[in-house]
Each structure stands twice: as structure tokens, then as C-alpha cells.
Design a binder for this molecule. Structure first.
Ligand code: GDP
Ligand code: MN
Length: 381
């Protein structure tokens, strides 16, 4: 999950990382007020979940409160990479001497965290990595041992930053590392980390991504979630309902089953049969009428879905109980699309009988079920 710069700066401030004073504003009026409070020059910064706002014209310097209002009028409502700007951060303008890059993220291949520091900040770090990789210092950190002083020294001396600022930079690196761990981050980034003309070191920009799988223990951060560019609307609804769902969006076959492995296999088999799975949905162990009903609703939120394949293994749950749930849930289906049900396990025969006089089509194997739903949807997609 991504959070906005102004939110990330609040988080940084809590961990003692210096950030310029500022406030969020939603209208040009509010921007003018904040600029008056801050005094002097300010920066008006679009708050959208994408990088490169500066280049896109979403970050503007203003000389005084009236100018800040004018800049806000240009920025609020503008479109940046497909996102509409609804709010801006107004911060005190900083006189910059140097712009650095500082980031901490996960290196999955190395199975370690990685600290990245570069004197070539302010610009896209991917671009620096491509064109002048020697300007980037990367140090791997074993999360079980934690960050060591010598590693920070390595990064500082390998990155080309002003070493007379190493005390300040070292302190910020430590704080950023603590922050990253504490918030269950997948990325904590300061680009640019600047040295001001007065010699202060301060985070001018702030970017934090949080590991979605840890959100359950980050309730304060979870509240900041916004459905938008990086959060699929149906996935957001699924999260709200506590259903394990992944949206693939361009498929025509809704898929659900009990157990992640079974659902993934079902998706593969649907593909092999010539269909296109629209989603992953695991209804889990308790396949009650209520859960199945919620799952049907969720899957049908995508208008591309015109059929559903349900694959249930009746081990712990009994097939007849599941069948009863399915029949009830089908009656409440918001759109009556073809539904194929493959069930095997305890009381399979009773379940099959129960389904006989219903619109639900029963098949006994995954392959046959996948072929059936594809056939019902008019063959290969
Ligand atoms: P991004 O483009 O989305 O990464 O937004 P940033 O917050 O990193 O801002 C982009 C650039 O705007 C920075 O690299 C700076 O060059 C410039 N900028 C941002 N804030 C200030 C400021 O307070 N003073 C000055 N002089 N430049 C700033
Ligand atoms: Mn930036």
C-alpha cells in the first residue's frame, strides 16, 4: 500500500527525520492561508500516488501567499499520469545546496534489506542506476542482525555524498531503518535528501510503501488507504469483506474454490480449456451460504465476468452443506450468469442430487468443469 508524501512526512517526523514544516490543503483558499502561516517562500506539491510530479508540473515554488494561491489554482484539478490532483502539500521552501537519494527496500533475490545512497539525487534513481551505476552505493543488511555502523559508513563513502555531513546522514539512515522496520515497510525513500545552503540535512520528499500482508497490525496506516491507481476497487471491497481475492480484470470466467492451491490450479485448468480466468478467490474452509453469496457478488462486480466456475473439495466441509449454500446464494445472484460447480468428497452423491433441479451445472472433475464453463460461454475466448 502506498501513502502520500504528506502522510509519509508525518511518519518520518515521528521517527525524528527532519522534514520541512508544511500542511495539507484542498482549495486555493486553504493554500493561501497555509502559505501565510508558514511565511516566506513556499512550495505547492500535488499529492498523488505517482512519482515524477516535479517533471509533470505538479510541484511549484511560490514567492508569497497570493502567488501560492495562483500556483494552487494551476495544480489542483490537474491530471498527473491519469490521476486527478485533489489536494496539495504546502511546505516552506528550502534553499538547496545538494540533492541526494536515500532509500531502504527489500532485495528478494538476496533475501536481505538493501540500503541505497547516492549523491545523484532529485532525479529518477532507476535512470541513475542505468546510466551512472557507479554513483550509487548499495549495502545489503541482514534483517536478523540489523543495520551496523560500518555499513552506513560504507554507503556514505561509496555514494559520493559530502562526507562532512556524515554525522547527520548517519543519523537519518538509522532513523529511516527503524521507521522501515516499525511500519512493516516494503520501501522507505527520501528523494531528494537535501543539504541546505545552511548545511542542514533534511528530507524534501518522502515515499513509503507498506507491505499489504502486514496491514492487519498497522491499523493507523491502514486507515490511510485510498482506492485509486494502486488499489483495485474490487480488491478493496474484498479486503473490506475479508475475502482472499486477486483481480486479473481482463478474463471472462470468475473462479472460486476452497484452498489457495486448488484455486490456482483451477485458474490454470480454465486457461488450458481456452477460457480466461478473471480472478482468484479462495472462500476458505467455511463455505457457508453467506460466504459464497459475498463471493458471487464480488466476482460479478466486474462486468467482464459472464460465467463462474466453482471448484470445491469436500474434505472438512460436507458437499451437501456446500450445495445448500450454493443454491441459496445463486438465488440472490445480482446477474444470472452460468455457474458450473465441481465438487468432490464427503456426501458428494447427496450434493449432486440436490443440484439436479437447479440451474447450477454439476461436473465431477476439474477438467470437465473448466471445459463446461468455457463451452457455455461460447467456446475459446
Ligand atoms: P517528485 O518530482 O514527485 O519526486 O517530487 P519532489 O518532492 O522530489 O520534488 C521534485 C523537485 O522539486 C526536487 O528534486 C527539487 O529539485 C524541487 N523542490 C521541491 N521542494 C523544493 C524546495 O523546497 N526548494 C527548492 N529549491 N526546490 C524544491
Ligand atoms: Mn522526489
Amino acid at each position: 500500500m502506498k501513502i502520500h508524501e504528506y502522510q509519509a512526512k508525518d511518519v518520518f517526523a515521528k521517527f525524528g527525520i527532519p522534514v520541512p514544516p508544511g500542511k495539507i490543503a484542498f482549495t486555493p483558499d486553504e493554500v493561501e492561508d497555509v502559505a501565510r502561516e508558514l511565511e516566506g517562500k513556499v512550495v505547492v506539491k500535488a499529492q498523488v500516488h505517482v512519482g515524477g510530479r516535479g517533471k509533470a508540473g505538479g510541484i511549484k515554488l511560490a514567492d508569497d501567499p497570493k502567488d501560492a494561491r495562483a500556483k494552487a489554482e494551476q495544480i489542483i484539478g490537474m491530471d498527473i499520469k491519469g490521476l486527478t490532483v485533489e489536494k496539495v502539500l504546502v511546505t516552506k521552501a528550502i534553499d538547496i545546496r545538494d540533492e541526494y537519494y536515500l532509500g531502504i527496500t527489500l532485495d528478494r533475490d538476496a533475501r536481505m534489506l538493501v540500503l541505497i545512497l547516492s549523491a545523484a539525487g532529485g532525479i529518477d534513481i532507476e535512470e541513475v542506476a542505468r546510466e551512472t551505476p557507479e554513483k550509487i552505493a548499495k549495502v545489503h543488511i541482514d534483517p536478523l542482525i540489523g543495520i551496523q555502523d560500518y555499513q552506513i559508513t560504507q554507503a556514505i563513502f561509496g555514494s559520493g555524498v559530502d562526507t562532512t555531513k556524515s554525522r547527520e546522514i548517519r543519523s537519518i539512515v538509522r532513523k529511516l531503518y527503524n521507521c522501515y522496520l516499525e511500519i512493516d515497510g516494503s520501501l522507505a525513500e527520501i528523494n531528494p535528501l537535501v543539504v541546505t545552503t545552511d548545511g542542514e540535512v533534511i528530507a524534501l520528499d518522502a515515499k513509503i510503501n507498506i507491505d499489504d500482508n502486514a496491514l492487519f497490525r498497522q491499523p493507523d496506516l491502514e486507515k490511510l488507504m485510498e482506492v485509486g491507481a494502486d488499489m483495485d476497487a474490487i480488491e478493496a471491497e474484498a479486503r473490506h469483506k475479508g475475502i482472499a481475492y486477486v483481480h486479473l480484470s481482463d478474463g471472462n470466467v470468475g473462479v472460486m474454490g476452497n484452498g489457495a492451491g486448488l484455486v490456482m490450479t483451477t485458474m490454470d485448468v480454465v486457461s488450458r480449456a481456452g477460457g480466461k480466468p478473471n480472478n482468484f478467490l479462495d472462500i476458505g474452509g467455511a463455505a457457508t451460504a453467506e460466504v459464497v453469496e459475498d463471493a458471487f457478488h464480488l466476482i460479478l462486480l466486474d462486468p467482464n465476468v459472464n460465467g463462474i466456475f466453482l471448484n470445491v473439495f469436500g474434505g472438512i466441509v460436507r458437499c451437501d452443506v456446500v450445495a445448500e449454500g450454493m443454491i441459496k446464494a445463486y438465488q440472490k445472484l445480482p446477474r444470472k450468469v452460468p455457474v458450473v460447480l465441481r465438487m468432490t468428497g464427503t456426501n458428494e452423491n447427496i450434493a449432486r442430487k440436490m443440484l439436479e433441479d437447479t440451474p447450477l451445472v454439476y461436473e465431477s472433475t476439474t477438467e470437465a468443469g473448466a471445459a463446461k464453463i468455457v463451452e457455455m460461454l461460447g467456446g475459446q475466448s
